[in-house]
Design a binder for this molecule. Structure first.
Ligand SMILES: Cc1ncc(COP(=O)(O)O)c(C=O)c1O
Length: 397
C-alpha cells in the first residue's frame, strides 16, 4: 500500500473521506443529484441568480463580445473594460472609494492578508474564520494571534500583548459554518484604539444580509469605518470571483503587492458580465433579499419545531449540531434518501466534536418545501437515534 493510499484509508476510517457528487443541470432549489431529484439545501446561490435568464444572457453576450478569457494578469495585458466597469459598480454598491477584483474569495483573502501583515507585525484572526483567512495568515510573514470566537475581551488582551505591533484584525462578517455575525462595532473600536486595520470578509453576506444585500458592515452602519471589505461574486451574485473594497491608497497598494492579483490570470469577461447582471438584479429587486430572510426564518422555525437546537441568528446559514463526524454523515445520507440534500460538515472545516448538518436556504425555495425538509430531517434523526436537541456548536444559543 502506498503512503497516499494509507492516508486515504485513514480518512475513510475516521469518516473524514470526501467524494464528489454530480449535480445535473444548473443550480436551483431542486436539482438532480447523481441522477436523483433532491431539494438542494447546501448551495450558496442564495438568491437563485446563477441560472437567471438575464445573468446567463449577459455571460453569453460577453463571451461573444470580449472572448472567453482575459489572456493574462491585469498588470500584463488582461485589464479590460469589464473589469474596470464592474469594479466601479461594486465600489458604488458597497459605498467605498474603490474595489479591486480577485479571481476568487480564497485569492482575495490570502493575497490581501499577506500583503498587509508583514514581518514583525501581528495579525488577529477569529478562531472560526474561513480557511482562506487562516491560509492568508499562514502566508503572511506576520505572527498570528487567534482569538476565541467573537470574544472581544480576548482580542483586546491580545492587542495589548502585541504592544503596538498589531497591523490587521480580520474576521468573517457572517460566519460561514455557524451563521452568526461578528461583533463589528466592538471590532471597529478596538482597531481604532490600537491603530490596526480591520478587514471583514462578507463572502456569505454579499447579496444576502443587510440593507439591499450590502452585507453585515452596512447592516451595522459601519460602511467606511471598516478599512477593507471583501465581497464575493460566487455566492449570492451567482457567478465567480471576489473583490476587495477599500480606500484608493490601499487598493493601489494591493495592486502593487497582492501576489494572487499580480501573478494570476485576470477573471474572464463572461464571469464578470454575469456578476454585473446579477448586481443589477439585486439592486433592482431587493425583495429577493427579503424572501431569503423570510425563508431562513421558516426553516429555522420548522427545524426548532422538530426538536433541533437551532442557533440564535437570523441568517440563511442554518447549522444544526450533531457532534461526531460519523453520526453527522449518517444523518446527511439518511436525509438524502428522503430527498433532501444538506451537507454534513466535519473537521478540518470545523473543530473536532462540532460536526454538523449545515442547511443553506435560497430565496427561490418554497416555504412549504422548507417545512417538509425540516420534517424529513427530524424523522431521519429519530430513525438513527441521534439526539439533536442540545447543540454542540460553538455559537449555540
Ligand atoms: C467566509 C468565506 N470566505 C471566502 C471564501 C472563499 O470564496 P471563494 O469561493 O470565492 O473562493 C468562502 C467560501 O466558501 C467563505 O465561506
Amino acid at each position: 500500500m502506498t503512503e497516499v493510499a494509507e492516508r486515504l484509508e485513514e480518512l475513510r476510517d475516521r469518516r473524514l473521506y470526501r467524494r464528489l457528487r454530480l449535480v445535473e443541470g444548473p443550480q436551483g432549489p431542486r436539482v438532480l443529484l447523481d441522477g436523483r431529484p433532491v431539494l438542494l439545501l447546501c448551495s450558496n446561490d442564495y438568491l437563485g441568480l446563477a441560472a437567471h435568464p438575464l445573468v446567463r444572457e449577459a455571460a453569453a453576450e460577453a463571451a461573444m463580445r470580449w472572448g472567453a478569457g482575459a489572456g493574462a494578469s491585469r498588470l500584463i495585458s488582461g485589464n479590460m473594460e469589464p473589469h474596470r466597469r464592474l469594479e466601479q459598480r461594486l465600489a458604488g454598491f458597497e459605498g467605498y472609494g474603490e474595489a479591486l477584483l480577485f479571481g476568487s474569495g480564497y485569492l482575495a483573502n490570502t493575497g490581501t492578508i499577506a500583503a498587509l501583515a508583514g514581518r514583525g507585525e501581528v495579525v488577529f484572526s477569529d478562531e472560526l474564520n474561513h480557511a482562506s483567512i487562516v491560509d492568508g495568515c499562514r502566508l503572511a510573514r506576520a505572527e498570528t494571534f487567534v482569538y476565541r470566537h467573537a470574544d472581544v475581551e480576548h482580542l483586546a488582551w491580545g492587542l495589548r500583548q502585541a504592544e503596538g505591533r498589531g497591523s490587521l484584525i480580520v474576521t468573517d462578517g457572517l460566519f460561514s459554518m455557524d451563521g452568526d455575525v461578528a461583533p463589528l462595532a466592538e471590532l471597529v473600536g478596538l482597531a481604532r484604539d490600537h491603530g490596526c486595520r480591520l478587514m471583514v470578509d462578507e463572502a456569505h453576506a454579499t447579496g444576502a444580509v443587510g440593507p439591499g444585500g450590502r452585507g453585515t458592515v452596512a447592516a451595522a452602519g459601519l460602511t467606511g469605518e471598516v478599512d477593507l471589505v471583501v465581497g464575493t461574486l460566487g455566492k449570492a451574485l451567482g457567478s465567480y470571483g471576489a473583490y476587495v473594497c477599500a480606500g484608493g491608497e490601499l487598493v493601489e497598494y494591493l495592486v502593487n503587492t497582492a501576489r494572487p492579483f499580480i501573478f494570476s490570470t485576470a477573471p474572464p469577461p463572461p464571469v464578470l458580465a454575469a456578476a454585473e447582471a446579477a448586481l443589477g438584479l439585486l439592486e433592482g429587486e431587493p425583495q429577493r433579499v427579503e424572501r431569503l430572510r423570510a425563508n431562513a426564518a421558516t426553516l429555522r422555525g420548522a427545524l426548532a419545531g422538530e426538536g433541533f437546537a437551532v442557533p440564535d441568528s437570523e441568517t440563511q446559514i442554518v447549522p444544526v449540531g450533531v457532534g461526531d463526524a460519523a453520526s453527522t454523515m449518517a444523518l446527511s445520507e439518511r436525509l438524502l434518501e428522503r430527498g433532501v440534500f444538506a451537507q454534513g460538515i466535519r473537521p478540518p472545516t470545523v473543530p473536532e466534536g462540532s460536526s454538523r448538518l449545515r442547511f443553506t436556504v435560497m430565496a427561490t425555495h418554497d416555504p412549504d418545501e422548507l417545512r417538509d425538509a425540516a420534517r424529513q430531517a427530524g424523522a431521519a434523526a429519530r430513525e438513527l437515534g441521534i439526539a439533536v436537541g442540545e447543540s454542540s456548536l460553538a455559537v449555540a444559543a
